[in-house]
Design a protein around this ligand. Structure first.
Ligand code: PMP
Length: 352
């Protein structure tokens, strides 16, 4: 750290992304990426866009906004594309949170929320999940401030129904509720259809998971025109060209290939269910995950020990050391072959 770093930022603990080791080839099940390549249509569109990189992108991203708006049956003024959904989440902290509207989110959820809060000088309250990892809705609502709910939640995989989310949004019309639907395509219920009904609802989405484009860094938010206008003020005050031309083109390409996305999601869901069954047969406890990942523990073995034993066998998973979940590992759902290797490795590990 330099002596010039501000005291406030010197105290910031940044988000720790999943490791990307290069010491050997791993079966990578630690960052919830898709095991499938991007749609051929996305790849072709990105390659074509490379020929025009001398130009800035259209800062209104009209073509991509139109495709996303059509997909959700919304208008372009209800959509904002961003550099990954991380960026729309950061914009939401900047736009809708301050000392009068502190951020409220569960204590076990996407680790970036607390980092964005600190970065933006936003006070925040973490609401403990119940022992079964379900969300304590009334405790969330009892706090004043802007609510952030990952649905399905990460890393637990548990999801609330759309009706439960609606109850929260409807009971809190005087504050923004941000619903992070990064994993919704793997079996969650979306509340995007509610954005016309509730002007306090912002839903964030990503192309990183179900659309196999984590490397493109493309996400978006949908909400009422006035919420989107506020987020645009933040965007035009930070980076008007926040999505690069190749990623915007790739996004258009994959939106035109919905069958490809749906097929991949169906495969991931099938692989998740069969792997979870195999793990339960081995004595593992598994949550009812609606994401492209599983949240798994063994009654006899520590989470960290399982993580290390898998790593030694060339399989990378994500372990969080936070107390209530330290016995768990979050394991991304991969191809059938990767899942077979995972189950074989875990069977071997519990025998030792
Ligand atoms: N929300 C949740 C719950 C996530 O797990 C992630 C990715 N790890 C994101 C948002 C951000 O994803 P991206 O920036 O790739 O869209």
């Amino acid at each position: 750290m330099s002596k010039f770093f501000t005291a406030r930022l010197a105290a910031l603990t940044p988000y720790t992304p999943g490791e990307q080791p290069r010491d050997r080839k791993y079966i990578k099940l630690n960052t919830n990426e898709s095991p499938f390549p991007p749609s051929p249509k996305a790849q072709k569109a990105a390659a074509e866009a490379a020929g025009s990189l001398q130009l800035y992108p259209d800062p209104t991203y009209l073509a991509l906004h139109t495709a996303i708006a059509d997909y959700h049956d919304l208008s372009t003024d209800e959509v904002l594309v961003t550099n990954g959904s991380d960026e729309i989440l950061n914009f939401a902290f900047m736009a809708f949170c301050d000392e009068n509207s502190p951020a409220v989110f569960p204590d076990i959820t996407y680790g970036f929320y607390s980092v964005f809060a600190t970065l933006n000088r936003v006070p925040y309250t973490e609401i403990p999940l119940r022992a079964d990892f379900s969300l304590d809705k009334s405790a969330m609502m009892a706090q004043k401030g802007t609510l952030f709910i990952a649905n399905p939640n990460a890393p637990t995989g548990l999801a609330l129904s759309a009706a439960e989310i609606e109850e929260i949004v409807a009971a809190n019309r005087d504050r923004v509720v941000v619903v992070d639907e990064a994993y919704v395509d793997f079996g969650g219920e979306s509340v995007v259809p509610l954005v016309r009904k509730y002007d306090n609802l912002l839903v964030t989405r990503t192309f990183s998971k179900s659309r196999s484009m984590a490397g493109a860094r493309l996400g978006y938010g949908v909400g009422s025109p006035s919420l989107i206008a506020d987020l645009n003020t933040v965007k035009y005050s930070t980076n008007p060209y926040n999505v690069n031309s190749m990623s915007a083109a790739a996004g258009l390409g994959v939106m035109a290939d919905e069958d490809y996305t749906q097929q991949n999601c169906a495969t991931i869901i099938k692989n998740r269910e069969s792997t979870q069954m195999a793990l339960r047969d081995l004595g593992f406890e598994v949550t009812d995950s609606r994401g492209n990942f599983m949240f798994v523990r063994h009654p006899r073995l520590a989470g960290k020990a399982i993580y290390s034993a898998l790593r030694a066998r060339g399989i990378l998973v994500r372990h969080f050391s936070k107390a209530p979940i330290a016995d768990y590992n979050r394991i991304t759902v991969g191809t059938a072959e990767e899942m077979a290797a995972l189950v074989a490795a875990l069977a071997d590990i519990i025998k030792e």
